[in-house]
Design a protein around this ligand. Structure first.
Ligand code: 4NP
Length: 179
């Protein structure tokens, strides 16, 4: 099966700058992993001056805490730096401040108000073809499971970050040049 084309990115609110937010439940596992990996790929692509990445959780239990140790170790093992992360809670302001808001699972999507032009499921951008891994394009919550769940999340966020950066690179409003 050939990969489906990724959805078009919603337009930047401010020309020349783009802001992506990742949202999960606790903001200590999935969305921080997606945040760190996407920010690294954005930096590698020379887009860090134009593209910002942030993450939050719909629940407030872990606000101010660093990443889950298992999430942090899986990132460290692949050369990413999890140390700056501190958990934050999503509120409606996140929908105003970000060009693209990506929810890790369907419950997260419902909790932040549902799909819209700027709000989608994260795995809408996963380049693995629909049908290879079931109909629900969610990033499964690894919090109550073992290390394998974190490895699975890391693989998803690595390939999806590559696809997101490719989409950002195709955006003429973010082309290199003076700002
Ligand atoms: P996350 O995982 O949403 O990927 O950060 C979770 C973290 C904490 C909890 C649930 C999920 N919790 O219930 O505290």
């Amino acid at each position: 099966m050939s990969p489906a084309l990724p959805p078009a990115l919603p337009p930047a609110r401010t020309p020349g700058a783009y802001s992506v937010a990742l949202v999960c439940l606790g903001n200590i596992c999935r969305s921080p992993m997606a945040d760190v990996v996407l920010a690294q790929r954005v930096d590698d692509a020379g887009l860090a001056a134009r593209v910002t990445v942030a993450s939050s959780g719909t629940g407030g239990w872990h606000v101010g805490q660093p990443m889950d140790l298992r999430a942090a170790s899986s990132l460290l093992a692949e050369g990413y730096d999890p140390s700056p992360h501190r958990a934050r809670q999503f509120d409606a302001g996140w929908l105003e401040r970000h060009d693209l808001v990506l929810a890790m699972d369907s419950q997260n999507l419902a909790d932040i108000g549902g799909r819209s032009e700027r709000v989608r499921l994260y795995r809408d951008f996963d380049p693995v073809p629909v049908g290879d891994d079931g109909p629900d394009r969610e990033v499964p919550d690894p919090y109550y499971g073992g290390d394998a769940g974190f490895e699975e999340v890391l693989a998803m966020v690595e390939r999806t970050s590559v696809a997101l950066v490719a989409a950002l690179q195709r955006d003429p409003a973010l082309a290199p040049g003076p700002r």
